[in-house]
Design a protein around this ligand. Structure first.
Ligand SMILES: [Zn+2]
Length: 267
């Protein structure tokens, strides 16, 4: 059944599909604002699983395994606002600029995505209009409101990465992901290294670029916010116990960073 999205007839999401934006603790008092671009792995019913078997749709190519649990526990622990996107990155990647080819991947790692082949302009635009844009509009509106209210705001984009990519094992337990901000990433790196038991990636396994990122450049850098991405290795947070432990660890570290930023009157 067609529904109305922003005044236009829906070509993608129907009555049985959930809205793309998920939020927790919208009234949270923490300066940290968490985003989670690859939180979910839902598929709009109309897309018929993109022609993929369930085994592919539960892999890292579909979403950031484990990060949803970490994000929820972390947001709760810090009383922070979390804005997340429920649909699979295979439908549209909410951390890619919409003009790059990989925004709707036809190939992910070594898996061909049949439902993304030969997409019409109309179908491409529907994914953008019904999933990508509402998510980013919401983040933008929340940041605008916080700036208007003079609420201190530190943007942290939460992600997870696969332990083995294209046959290569990754040694890091956790990594920071940043480019222009010189405030938060050094504090995060220092605190993570001080833990003593972690292999910490400094812009590893990923660094921010205009081709591969959207949330940090657009909502962090362009808005002038203190910001960083955090990437956690997926085998560490595949189960609820690991998610809880990592959320507790990050809550402790981020609380210390908040105290340091307040002491320096940076926020
Ligand atoms: Zn991600």
């Amino acid at each position: 059944m067609a529904s109305d999205v922003a005044g236009e007839t829906s070509l993608l999401l129907g009555g049985e599909d959930v809205p793309p934006v998920h939020e927790s603790n919208a009234a949270g008092r923490s300066p940290f604002l968490f985003t989670c671009d690859h939180y979910g792995r839902r598929l709009p019913k109309r897309l018929s699983n993109l022609g993929l078997p369930a085994s592919e749709l539960s892999r890292h190519i579909a979403y950031d395994i484990g990060i949803a649990g970490v994000a929820e526990d972390l947001a709760r622990a810090l009383d922070a606002h979390l804005i997340a996107q429920r649909y699979s990155r295979l439908v549209i990647d909410c951390n890619r600029p919409p003009h790059v080819a990989s925004t709707i991947p036809r190939l992910s790692e070594s898996t061909v995505i049949p439902g993304n082949e030969a997409l019409s302009q109309e179908a491409t635009e529907a994914r953008r209009r019904e999933i990508f844009e509402p998510y980013h509009r919401r983040i933008d509106a929340v940041i605008s409101r916080r700036l208007h209210d003079q609420a201190p705001t530190v943007l942290v984009a939460l992600h997870s990465f696969t332990p083995v990519y294209a046959g290569v094992a990754r040694p890091w337990h956790i990594g920071t992901l940043y480019r222009r901000d010189t405030t938060l990433p050094p504090l995060l790196l220092k605190a993570l290294r001080a833990e003593g038991d972690l292999v910490v990636g400094d812009n590893e396994p990923y660094a921010v670029s205009e081709q591969t990122d959207y949330t940090i450049p657009v909502h962090g850098e362009a808005r002038g916010l203190i910001n960083s991405g955090i990437e956690i290795r997926q085998d560490l947070i595949a189960e609820a116990s690991g998610q809880r432990q990592w959320a507790e660890r990050l809550a402790r570290i981020l609380a210390e960073i908040e105290a340091a930023l307040r002491a320096e009157r940076v926020i």
